[in-house]
Design a protein around this ligand. Sequence first.
Ligand SMILES: Cc1ncc(COP(=O)(O)O)c(C=O)c1O
Length: 395
Amino acid sequence: MVAGDVFMVGRFSKRVISLKPSPTLSMAEKANRLRREGKNIIKLDIGEPDFDTPQYIKDACIDALKSGYTHYTSSRGLLELREAIAEYYLKYFKVEVDAESEIIVTPGSKFAIYSVLQSIVDSGDEVVVLTPAWPTYISCITLFGGKPVEVPYYLNNSDEESIKSAISSRTKALMINSPNNPTGNVLSRDYFKLILDLAEDYDFYVISDEIYRLLVYDDFSPFTILSLVDSLDRVVVIDGFSKAYAMTGWRLGFTIASKQLINLLVRIQQNSVTCPAAFVQIAGVKALKGDQGPVERMVKEYDARRKFLVDALNSIKGVKCPRPGGAFYVFPDFSALNMNSMELAEMLLLKAGVCTVPGSVFGAGGEFHLRISYASSIENLREGVERIRTFIENL
Ligand SMILES: Cc1ncc(COP(=O)(O)O)c(C=O)c1O
């Protein structure tokens, strides 16, 4: 059985049945099927680093296993890791966070997002989602009975009015993600300030997903919304180790929020996953405290690929590709081809052997774009772009 099958009415939860399978993972599954059939597929849909986890982090994990970090930890996470997170924010952003009460460590930041939304959203509540956005936000809001209100934002840098018109008396929160998946756009401090002012005026939470925080290029430097606020009353930060430290498979993330909200998140964690693996948490301590050289080298390599990919895509007739400042995605506009993004992505996969993600899955504003990931070698990017070029020239 696969999701999408017909489920017997009354037997399963309506809310869970209405959950859509992850659209980004669906493209990957189609590509994998073609590969198993022997087709040569260039995978540019990938949402995870192609680098291996730095050795010093793996060594820390092995040492932790050997020295007995093999049991449950507190559902808040090991204090050692929460302290390392607090020290990190103090050192790099001059922001004070209380390790005891304002941080919870989670098995991946996806679970952090899931439990934060579960703690905030009641049936009928609205959450404003700036789009194009990672589809998980909308799935979680809907799963918890809320109503996502999409505001196309990252591509046209919409103004205050467009956000204001999406706010109602039921607005509980707004979700922001910079650097953004899928566009790679990095929002300026002024945009964050504007959103914080609105949150104050209309009394809602700003949930800032900062998972790509360290992957920034050109004149951008790592930023957190925490550097703009004095209290955690209206702000929640989601972050994790997957992207910056190439640790997707380790499942380690965290939330920084008010003591009250963290206490609710702890209850969810106590009643669900308990905690991330103890030895993985120790590896997280090392990731934050150890040599940041490997992260810098990965960022440098992403940057070189980004420049290559943007120039190469812009050299194809009918393709417009802005140069984004962060993450590892570009989001080119293919509207000149008069084909919707799902059709285009499917044709590219089947006829050109290039796997991308259709922009429409990222919500309002995403149609007529494709998300192309450069978490892939320059050789793959070169081959992928040449296949796209040949496909478009032969249309
Ligand atoms: C915007 C965004 N947030 C969160 C995540 C989840 O990361 P993880 O659960 O691996 O920490 C992803 C992963 O693709 C993402 O793109």
